[in-house]
Design a protein around this ligand. Structure first.
Ligand SMILES: NC(=O)C1=CN([C@@H]2O[C@H](COP(=O)(O)OP(=O)(O)OC[C@H]3O[C@@H](n4cnc5c(N)ncnc54)[C@H](O)[C@@H]3O)[C@@H](O)[C@H]2O)C=CC1
Ligand SMILES: O=C(O)CCC(=O)C(=O)O
Length: 410
């Protein structure tokens, strides 16, 4: 990592929440960021509103809600790291409007989710959750009724992305037939088959597994009528987002024995901490595997995520690189040894680049490299300069109409 930054690293404050893997804190400290606060849990909204004003970087997982209201209190915030895949807990537009890039770890926990779902699928096809629960109560359910091999069964995957594709390959490995539904045309891996109608997938799958992000389209996508379309005695698995499945409709389908079982890892409302009671109508069913949103919670995944996201935040802080930010123009930058680098974030409108260059020219500043990228409403110009007063130029650039924020890296 470059040692050159506009801020004294000791003055930059980093807040890590929700027990992200401790290696994240080590990485910040090793890079010279001494001011790192680590919390094992999420903060309540009022605690967050009070604390966030002090921090330049925040690291969260899926529980912390970075709403417009919270972000409006985050006056010093430079970057957000989601130590997970989903970024729906952050108001991405509000962050973008404030010139704050949001980073995540798009791949690091995907294998963990795929492995969990594979295991759940095999257990549910054998009816193990119900037999296990009965045995814990002293009952002996020795029967082959509704107990099936996975081999030869059809797995229907909804959302054939990083997790869906890995699950498909693992399932083929144990002899399952894989079909999937996705809004995009996808390159199929192995012998998987893409279907164009969701209902067609639902009607012919022995197991349906959801791997879509939370969007306006996916909220409630498995409602009463979709669950009714599922094959009798089939199984529903959701390790995507809690809003995707109508839990009451699922409970009804289990109650009237339309479905043979389910595995649910994510819920419309999840406890805010491990000490809060988990409430769900699904608690009544022995044939449902209930897990506390731990699809991606393995040691391997959490450590990889911590390394990936901490590195991205530090790189943005030290070097200005926004590669893989989810709400920001993406610029990959070389190191800027022996040069000053000015970062200018502005509303995407004509003429800003021209004004930046005019200011540099007026101040006798020689440009050695320049990078411009825009995304939607936002523009990001990075200018490397060889000499001259970067500070004076920076002050003038801050006055350009539409400027959201600007800083210099030494
Ligand atoms: N339970 C857990 O701990 C975890 C949950 N997740 C959740 O899993 C989701 C999926 O993760 P990845 O596979 O890595 O994401 P991805 O972005 O690689 O794949 C998502 C796929 O869903 C498709 N899609 C989007 N909208 C759709 C729709 N309306 N109908 C059908 N397909 C649609 C996309 O085209 C894409 O192919 C994440 O967004 C996250 O919410 C991810 C990691 C851990
Ligand atoms: O580990 C977490 O807190 C959330 C995992 C998850 O759902 C994600 O990566 O999107």
């Amino acid at each position: 990592m470059s040692a050159h930054t506009s801020f004294n690293k000791q003055d930059l404050k980093v807040l890590l929440l929700e027990g992200v893997h401790p290696v994240a804190e080590d990485i910040f400290r090793q890079d010279g960021y001494e001011n790192v606060t680590y919390h094992k849990t999420a903060l309540s909204e009022s605690e967050l509103l009070e604390a966030i004003n002090d921090y330049h970087f925040i690291g969260i997982r899926s529980r912390t809600q970075l709403s417009d209201k919270v972000l409006s209190s985050a006056k010093k915030l430079v970057g957000v790291g989601c130590f997970c895949i989903g970024t729906n807990q952050v108001d991405l537009v509000a962050a973008q409007n404030r010139g704050i890039p949001v980073f995540n770890a798009p791949y690091s926990n995907t294998r963990s989710v795929a492995e969990l779902v594979l295991g759940e699928m095999i257990m549910l096809l054998r009816g193990i959750p119900a037999k296990n629960a009965a045995a814990h109560r002293g009952e002996w359910l020795k029967t082959a009724a509704l107990s099936n091999e996975a081999r030869g069964k059809t797995l229907g995957i909804i959302g054939y992305g990083h997790i869906g594709t890995q699950l498909g390959i693992l399932a083929e490995g144990i002899g399952m037939k894989v079909r999937f539904f996705d809004i995009e045309n996808k390159l199929t891996l192995g012998n998987a088959e893409q279907v164009t109608e969701l209902n067609e997938l639902l009607a012919h799958s022995d197991v349906v597994s959801l791997h879509v992000p939370e969007t306006e389209q996916t909220k409630g996508m498995m409602g009463q009528s979709q669950i009714a379309q599922m094959k009798p005695n089939s199984i529903l698995i959701n390790a995507s987002r809690g809003t995707v499945v109508d839990i009451d409709a699922l409970a009804n389908a289990l109650e009237n024995k339309h479905l043979a079982g389910a595995a649910i890892d994510v819920f419309p409302t999840e406890p805010k901490s491990n000490s809060e009671e988990f409430q769900s109508p699904l608690r009544a069913f022995d044939n449902v595997i209930l897990t506390p949103h731990i699809g991606g919670s393995t040691q391997e995944a959490q450590e990889n995520i911590a390394i990936e996201v901490a590195d991205k935040l530090i790189k943005y802080s030290n070097n200005g690189s926004t590669m893989s930010a989810v709400n920001f123009p993406q610029v990959s930058l070389p190191e800027h040894d022996k040069r000053h680098r000015i970062l200018h974030i502005h509303k995407n409108r004509p003429g800003v680049l021209m004004q930046i260059n005019q200011i540099l020219s007026d101040n006798d500043v020689n440009i050695s490299g320049q990078y411009l990228q825009t995304q939607g409403e936002l523009g990001y110009v990075v200018t490397d300069i060889e000499q001259g007063s970067s500070q004076t130029a920076l002050e003038k650039m801050r006055d350009i109409e539409g400027t959201i924020r600007a800083r210099v890296l030494y």
